[in-house]
Design a protein around this ligand. Structure first.
Ligand code: GLY
Length: 425
């Protein structure tokens, strides 16, 4: 029987912990730092995601058999290398592979070198050169901070003026610190966005079911970019033909390219795709599970996730037959009103027990904690992800919105059109 330590503390980690808890091989789950929802399936320990020394100490003291590093920052900073060097078996890419997400310039250069379809781009190390390029570049245009910027380092600029302001924000005002010292300026692509997560063991890739995120804060894809306001899975726009094309031209070539570069990737590659009129293209890579994609993908996965994690580490993923239920899932994020800018927190969350024992309905906590009286209170911009299954996407959407009404807290905010695109499919 195994003891597992998860690094992270959001909705994605709650979904991962919930899935691990279903494995008959697991006797105990710890989560650093976790949250009030994760505490229902794991013991939360007060260790930060970047505190590798404390994680190693804890893992040794508690005889951890497997560590799972979920968020981008510790992966890019070498959490897996540090844990492995201390003799702890760990799921996730090493630092030299996590660069696939950690540097946009690296990933664009990789795609160019290996012929993986993506938007045309240029990389700039100085604001002067970037501004000179913008004088004649077509708009709309996309600016990307090279480094990790809390998911906010991508600016879609409708006009040249907006693009100039974007260069100032990223490179001169350094709103995201050193992440914006280098930027990628990229052609704007139009089409449907699809998220495809995959398990990779360095050589073999096993693709999970597709999903789609809704990144804007308000209905109709208005408002500011957020970490994600809801998801659905599968995407009806991701057809078997598109899947076959992506396997041949994007997925396996990416894994092979990383190996060829001496950066063997083991873990999860998240392909952010744009289905353009010219075929599918890579918008971005992430070197981790998506949030809130994980909250709709894992409830549909049939396999024991611990078997899959171990196969990735051992290089035996070719022996895994990854299977998903032939159903659908929708996740509606319940946020604090005002997110992603200014919002209040510390409000009691009620109604959570309505989910107890209801198969096919899940409430994954993103930002919650216990207060001094032991009540569960809001503790972030994104508070909960309510996921529901259904035999069709429409049924899952109806179920998710019904279940969203079971939970209450002051200043609760949600989008009302998650999965509405399904109606157009
Ligand atoms: N849902 C997008 C992300 O995880 O980055």
């Amino acid at each position: 029987m195994m003891k597992i330590l998860i690094i992270g503390g959001g909705g994605r980690e709650h979904a991962i912990a919930w899935k691990i808890a279903r494995s008959p091989k697991v006797e105990k789950i710890y989560c650093a730092p976790g949250n009030a929802g994760i505490a229902s399936v794991a013991e939360c320990v007060d260790i930060g995601v970047m505190d590798f020394e404390a994680q190693i100490r804890f893992a040794k003291e508690h005889a951890i058999d497997l560590a799972v590093v979920a968020p981008d920052d510790p992966l890019a900073a070498g959490a897996v290398d540090a844990l492995e060097a201390a003799g702890i078996r760990t799921f996730g890419p090493r630092k030299n592979a996590a660069i696939l997400e950690g540097s946009k310039a690296f990933s664009k250069d990789l795609m160019k070198k290996y012929g993986i379809p993506t938007a045309a781009y240029e990389t700039f190390d100085s604001p002067e050169a970037a501004l000179a390029y913008l004088e004649t570049a077509p708009v709309p245009i996309v600016l990307k901070a090279d480094g990790l910027a809390l998911g906010k380092g991508v600016l879609i600029c409708a006009t040249r003026e907006e693009a100039r302001a974007g260069v100032k924000t990223l490179m001169q005002d350094r709103q995201f610190g050193s992440a914006g010292d280098r930027i990628v300026i990229e052609q704007f692509m139009t089409g449907r966005e699809v998220s495809v997560l995959s398990f990779v063991d360095g050589r073999t890739i096993r693709v999970m079911t597709s999903a789609q995120d809704h990144k804007r804060a308000k209905d109709g894809d208005q408002g500011l970019n957020t970490g994600g306001m809801g998801t659905f899975s599968p995407s009806p726009f991701y057809t078997p033909e598109i899947d076959a094309y992506c396997r041949e031209h994007i997925y396996q070539p990416t894994v092979d390219a990383m190996r060829a570069e001496g950066r063997e990737f083991k873990g999860v590659i998240f392909f952010g795709l744009m289905l353009t009129a010219d075929g599918p293209k890579v918008l971005e890579y992430n070197a981790r599970f998506g949030d809130p994609e994980t909250q709709v993908v894992l409830p549909r996965m049939q396999n024991d996730i611990v078997d899959v994690f171990e196969a990735c580490i051992d290089g035996t993923l070719d022996q895994i037959d990854l299977r998903f239920d032939d159903n659908a899932a929708v996740c509606v994020v319940l946020a604090s009103d005002g997110y992603p800018e200014h919002y209040r927190k510390g409000f009691e969350i009620t109604g959570l027990d309505a989910f107890d024992g209801k198969e096919g309905y899940y409430v994954f906590h993103a930002g919650s904690k216990f207060d001094a009286e032991g009540r569960i209170v809001t503790n972030g911009g994104r508070v909960l992800g309510v996921t529901a299954l259904g035999s069709t996407l429409k049924e899952a959407r109806g179920n998710a919105y019904r279940a969203a009404e079971w939970v209450h807290f002051e200043n609760r905010y949600m989008r009302h059109d998650i999965g509405k695109a399904i109606d157009e499919a």
